[in-house]
Design a protein around this ligand. Structure first.
Ligand code: XUL
Length: 526
């Protein structure tokens, strides 16, 4: 039976999922994760990253990611249950936006690796920058302002690239490096995304950049899936020659290099371009058409959809690996805010559930839940705003926060979605909390499902590997066929709205929108 490997290199670890697909038989046959802090302590990371001298600088070592890839391939090779001769294709995803800087030695070294020796030890002297800035890096504010100014302002940058210049995006990272370390930039022959870097290590040569992850760089012309001359010029000199070409997501870009084939007795599997973790999750949650909204309840909360139209009210518009657009709104006040309120009022999750069920709608009391500065809407001054209650009422505060978050998500996600939202797929750590999903169902007025598979990005990668392999074999499958059997929501995990409460929240959502409008800061922040 053909096997397809999907890898996801997230901020905190590396996950591999292998699927087996033939006709109606579709199942996950391998699912394993490595954690950077626990399994690679020699890199000294916390949460998968290290902070620079300036705390706004956040990095990780590209060698750590290479090391993790090597160890994961070794785990896969040792999995007795897998017939790896049937491994047809490998795709992947990685945390978005981070950049890897390579010198002239890299491409030659990738071709001449010794299969009897570990990968990372052989990659010394191939990087022109030892540490890679990652998406949590916030040191590029000046660069963002400069790029926006050169492109005609944040709205013009967003119209061209899908997002205003954002601190965590790759273009501003490259600009800062080129200006602060011109000699090291001059020695850089290739700048990769983390995704395209890892794909290149598998193929043993430079792999292309894929439009889904390319749209997180402030460098790609989103409409045409090509490098934007203006954005390149606003970022750094000689940048185009340092970037791989942008190629379609579904186009096989290489084969597994001799190093991996010999080291782990693997076949010459096809290497499919890697994408970003968010676009990959879109496929891994089965969101390949409009009308379905994914809600990822994580450190921050993110709502995203797949649409043939780009939304003007999204925080970011990326390309979906299906070729459509992925509209995304990002809320900084997610799980950290929920945890902060829970800690403040010394509640367990059971207490939170009880409070939410006790008085849905909070008796008309509303909180604008901006414990931290907020991205959506742009709010520069932190601190929750309470209406008709104060900080002493624990239950009103707990309900106020979670209901406020859900009303904000609903109002903004609805204005981002051209098609009516028919159903929500909830993922992320807080999605295991049924009482939160119940508030979500009541506020949105639609059914909410939780997916069984935890790592939707790695699953999405495996599904993309399958889709690209069939296309290359001249037996293309539709995206619907590609995701079927893996991404159907489990009806045991369905949460249905209560019609009476839907009406209550519809009224409250209007009040919420008015209050939010009154408090919106003037200046957008990213
Ligand atoms: C998306 C973003 C994060 C990273 C890490 O724009 O910055 O979601 O992809 O997961």
């Amino acid at each position: 039976m053909p096997l397809y490997l999907g890898l996801d290199c997230s901020t905190q670890g590396l996950t591999a999922i292998i699927i087996e697909v033939e006709g109606d038989i579709r199942r996950v046959v391998f699912n394993s994760s490595l954690n950077f802090d626990r399994d690679f302590p020699e890199y000294g990371t916390t949460g998968g990253v290290i902070h620079g001298a300036d705390p706004s600088e956040v990095f990780a070592s590209p060698l750590m990611w290479a090391d993790a890839l090597d160890r994961m391939m070794s785990k896969i090779a040792q999995a007795a249950e897998l017939d790896l001769d049937s491994l047809r294709a490998i795709a992947g995803s990685a945390q978005q936006h981070g950049s890897v800087y390579l010198n002239h030695e890299a491409a030659r070294r990738w071709q001449t690796l010794d299969a009897s020796a570990p990968l990372a030890a052989q990659l010394g002297q191939t990087h022109s920058r030892a540490q890679s800035p990652v998406w949590m890096d916030a040191s590029t504010g000046d660069e963002c302002r400069a790029i926006d100014d050169l492109l005609g302002g944040p709205a013009a940058t967003a119209a061209l690239t899908g997002s205003p210049a954002c601190e965590r995006f790759t273009g501003p990272q490259i600009r800062r490096f080129a200006r602060r370390e011109p000699t090291a930039y001059a020695a850089t022959v290739r700048v990769h995304l983390i995704s395209s870097y890892l794909a290149s290590l598998l193929a043993g040569r430079d792999m292309p950049i894929e439009p889904g992850d390319g749209s997180g760089m402030n460098l790609m012309d989103l409409q045409h899936n090509r490098w934007s001359r203006e954005a390149l010029a606003a970022t750094a000199e000689g940048l185009e020659q340092r970037l791989s070409p942008i190629r379609p997501s579904w186009e096989v870009g290489g084969t597994l290099s001799a190093y991996w084939q010999r080291r782990y007795s693997l076949p010459a599997a096809a290497i499919v371009p890697w994408t970003g973790d968010n676009p990959s999750s879109l496929v891994g949650t089965g969101i390949i058409r409009g009308g379905v909204l994914a809600m990822s309840l994580g450190t921050s909360d993110t709502a995203f959809n797949c649409s043939d139209n780009r939304s003007s009210s999204a925080s970011h518009v990326f390309r979906s690996p299906t070729g459509d657009f992925m509209n995304l709104v990002c809320f900084r006040n997610g799980s950290l805010a929920r945890e902060a309120v829970r800690a403040d009022y010394q509640c367990e999750w059971d207490d939170v559930a009880r409070m939410l069920e006790e008085q849905p709608g909070n008796g008309g009391r509303i909180m604008l839940p901006w414990l931290e500065t907020e991205i959506t809407p742009p709010i520069a001054h932190s601190g929750p705003r309470r209406f008709r209650f104060d900080r002493h009422d624990a239950a009103a505060n707990v309900r106020g926060l979670i209901e406020g978050q859900m009303m904000s998500l609903a109002n903004h996600a609805t204005s981002m979605s051209p098609a009516p939202i028919e159903r929500i797929i909830a993922t992320g750590g807080a999605a295991v909390n049924r009482s939160i999903l119940q508030v979500m169902a009541n506020v949105f007025g639609v059914e909410v499902y939780r997916l069984d598979v935890q790592n939707s990005a790695a699953l999405g990668a495996a599904l993309r590997a399958y889709h690209a392999d069939r296309l290359a074999a001249g037996e293309p499958v539709s995206w619907k066929t590609a995701v079927s059997g893996f991404t159907e929501p489990n009806s045991d995990h369905r949460v249905s709205p209560n019609p009476k409460l839907v009406a209550t929240y519809a009224r409250l959502r209007r009040d919420y929108a008015v209050l939010e409008q009154l408090h919106r800061a003037q200046q957008p922040i990213c």
